[in-house]
Design a protein around this ligand. Structure first.
Ligand SMILES: [Zn+2]
Length: 198
């Protein structure tokens, strides 16, 4: 049995996605090798995290929150961005990958996960209603989802879910090889997939 303080850390780390007891123990042991000031800064950053990170009330993306009065992310706040072009992504990472290409001038919508066709209960945690509320007739919805089974299931669901709400729903062209993920696609592949969306 590990000493109690280590055991406590292990149970904290196990709350992270994909971290099992062995990995969690490794992290906890590694912390014991760090200096007091390193640990202090880490603890400080964790404890103040929620005060300085906001979730955009429009697109659900996380953003730097200098003060509590700001409710929108840098994209939704920016008057230069085309609010009639909404790029739907699974997570913040995918939005940032698309943003990095500098080839998209619209705004994003973070679903928070893939739509499950089997487990309806799980879909409750997704930002689906928020998406519906943002869409007007003139909105183009771009479904930027991965070219794998989960992504395709989500596309199928969303096309039905949004039916009749807007004039145009497009998806990224399948320039990316089947099974590839937006997060790992190179910039040129993403630029082509955006340009040839249909
Ligand atoms: Zn936003």
């Amino acid at each position: 049995m590990f000493p109690a303080p280590i055991q406590k850390l292990i149970s904290h780390f196990q709350k992270l996605p994909g971290i099992g007891p062995r990995q969690a123990a490794k992290f906890a042991m590694r912390l014991t090798k760090m200096t007091d000031s390193e640990l202090k800064f880490m603890a400080q950053d964790i404890s103040t995290l929620k005060s300085f990170v906001g979730e955009c009330k429009e697109c659900f993306m996380l953003f730097d929150k200098p003060n509590s009065g700001i409710l929108l992310c840098q994209f939704c706040r920016n008057p230069e961005r085309d609010k009639n072009k909404i790029c739907v992504v699974v997570n913040d990472n995918d939005a940032l990958s698309i943003e990095k290409t500098k080839n998209f001038d619209g705004v994003y919508h973070v679903l928070g996960g893939h739509v499950s066709l089997l487990d309806k209960e799980e879909n409750r945690n997704l930002n689906l209603i928020g998406l519906k509320n943002r869409i007007k007739k003139e909105t183009e919805v771009i479904l930027a989802l991965n070219a794998n089974a989960e992504g395709q299931a989500t596309i199928m669901y969303l096309e039905k879910f949004l039916e009749g709400l807007n004039h145009k729903t497009s998806r990224l062209a399948q320039g990316m090889s089947t099974g590839s993920e937006i997060e790992y696609a190179d910039d040129q592949t993403l630029i082509n997939a955006l340009k040839h969306r249909r």
